[in-house]
Design a binder for this molecule. Structure first.
Ligand code: NDP
Length: 477
């Protein structure tokens, strides 16, 4: 009996995807560069379903029914190219190679074009949800040809998370579309995490709450519109006590955030496409800043304001105000992320359905959240929506939150609590809604020093002012 699908690369992610497929009744061929991982999987989990362990590339390819579906789940980058080169020569036209690792979408575009020339389908797919998600139901974002999705899609939909019976998996678009969407997912994840972390810092700095108390605040928020996986796990982390010292866990962890690079990619591509994803950029820079230990040590003595905790009615209102500021800033983060997908889709001709992206992020992935269902509805009602901020319910929620949002940011400024995420989100909101921006002055400056020209509000065309002559006329010596 031939296998329905094969997985090569059996570290934690590949192993769990293979087990998930087998648990859904599919026969799964297994392969890994070093044999021990393959043997270990069969030894420990062989009883979960039908596995076909193989120990060479030829054996792996021969074990698969046609058209072959072969999932690569190895370290992203050069290893992926090495593995593709190992298998592609053994495949036949119509076979499908799936890269489920965290590839850069530009690599996926290159690989897809090269393999298409050789008659093979290449599907770069985003997978989110970590190792638990891979086993119990991730969110899956496959790119590649529609033809490849016809044979591969049903298997992926089987193993994906489900929300209201709908699989958190849908064909995103051609070539790099799936990995692009996964990249933006991770960018939004950076932004979401930064905003939650700032909320914690504010509640502690302005109210003097202990981490365990703040955990309770997050648990309450998680019963409302902020209901999400990230809020849920934040409450768990904050409530956790370090067994060795008895201190709050969060206080024994070094305050230097690391990153594997998908946030950085999102920001780089945001700049390339000219999309102002300021929330994601600020969150990425905040991680980077936290890691500059030497710089921070040098600056530690710089003067700041007195940090007198809030009192009276201001204190009473504050936690609720932070909830509103968090919600509004989160809407901005998602609005920017969806605009980036829109821009990528236009640039590369992917024709991505934003409602469907919101729908498949509702479950399985790290940014899964109740309000993604509202985003899905907003884009289904209006696919060309210029920004989530102007869509019915979001518009009202953010307008209702703006007083609290401003109050939280001013309190943060007054007490010297850094809130780059909240501040940049509010600035974005005010920039977008502004009648006039000081960009007019910037155009004047550019024309002055570089003759870069400007356009006028009252006439068509490009204009240049002879600045030296104007100066002489206005200020005769
Ligand atoms: P790793 O990223 O640690 O990769 C280890 C696997 O890659 C092993 O199977 C290893 O084989 C194989 N490998 C490495 N180099 C080569 C090579 N040159 N040739 C052949 N095989 C090679 O594993 P993870 O399971 O953590 O992640 C797999 C992929 O999934 C990555 O692209 C990752 O970015 C992505 N991902 C990970 C998530 C997570 O939460 N961990 C979430 C979503 C995506 P060997 O055993 O022989 O060393």
């Amino acid at each position: 009996e031939k296998a329905n699908i094969g997985v090569t690369g059996l570290a934690v992610m590949g192993r769990n995807l293979a087990r998930n497929l087998a648990r859904h009744g599919h026969t799964v061929a297994l392969h890994n560069r070093s044999e021990t991982r393959t043997r270990e999987l069969v030894d420990r989990f062989g009883s979960e379903g039908d596995f076909v362990p193989t120990y060479s590339a030829r054996e792996f390819v021969d074990a698969l029914e046609r058209p072959r579906k072969l999932v690569i789940m190895v370290k992203a980058g050069e290893p992926t190219d090495a593995v593709i080169e190992e298998f592609a020569p053994l495949l036949e036209p119509g076979d499908v190679i799936v890269d489920a690792g965290n590839a850069h979408f530009a690599d996926t575009r290159r690989r897809e074009a090269a393999l298409r020339e050789r008659g093979l389908h290449f599907v770069g797919t985003g997978v989110s949800g970590g190792e638990e998600g891979a086993l119990h139901g991730p969110s899956i974002m496959p790119g590649g040809s529609a033809e490849s999705y016809a044979s591969l899609g049903p298997l992926l939909e089987d193993i994906a998370a489900k929300v209201d019976g709908t699989p958190c998996c849908a064909h995103i678009g051609p070539d790099g579309a799936g990995h692009f969407v996964k990249m933006v997912h991770n960018g939004i994840e950076y932004s979401d995490m930064e905003l939650i972390a700032e909320s914690f810092d504010l509640l502690r700095g302005a109210l003097g709450y202990e981490p365990a108390q703040i955990a309770e605040v997050f648990r309450t928020w998680n019963t409302g519109r902020l209901d999400s996986y990230l809020i849920e796990i934040t409450a768990d982390v904050l409530a956790h006590t370090d067994p060795a010292t008895g201190k709050p866990f969060v206080d024994v962890v070094q305050d230097q955030a690391e990153q594997k690079g998908t946030g950085r990619w999102t920001v780089q591509i945001g700049l390339d496409l000219g999309v102002p994803i300021t929330g994601i950029a600020e969150a990425t820079f905040a991680r980077s800043l936290s890691g500059h230990a030497g710089l921070r040590a040098a600056a530690r003595g710089l003067a700041g304001p007195a940090r007198t905790p809030l009192s009276g009615s201001e204190a009473e209102r504050f936690a609720d105000d932070v909830e509103q500021a968090l919600y509004a800033s989160k809407v901005v983060a998602y609005a920017q992320g969806f605009n980036q997908i829109q821009a990528g889709s236009a640039e590369y001709g992917w024709n991505i359905d934003l409602g469907s992206v919101a729908s498949l992020w509702r479950g399985g992935c790290i940014i899964r959240a109740k309000f993604l269902d509202d985003i899905r509805a907003a884009y289904e009602a209006e696919p060309e929506l210029p920004t989530l901020l102007t869509s019915g319910d979001f518009r009202k929620a953010v307008e209702d939150a703006q007083d609290a949002w401003r109050s939280v940011v001013s309190t943060a400024v007054r007490l010297g609590i850094p809130t780059p995420g909240f501040s940049t989100a509010l600035a974005y909101y005010d920039e977008l809604r502004a009648e006039r921006l000081p960009a007019a002055l910037i155009q004047g400056q550019r024309d002055y020093f570089g003759a870069h020209t400007y356009r006028r509000v009252d006439r068509e065309g490009s204009f240049h002012t002879e600045w030296a002559a104007e100066q002489r006329a206005e200020h005769p010596a």
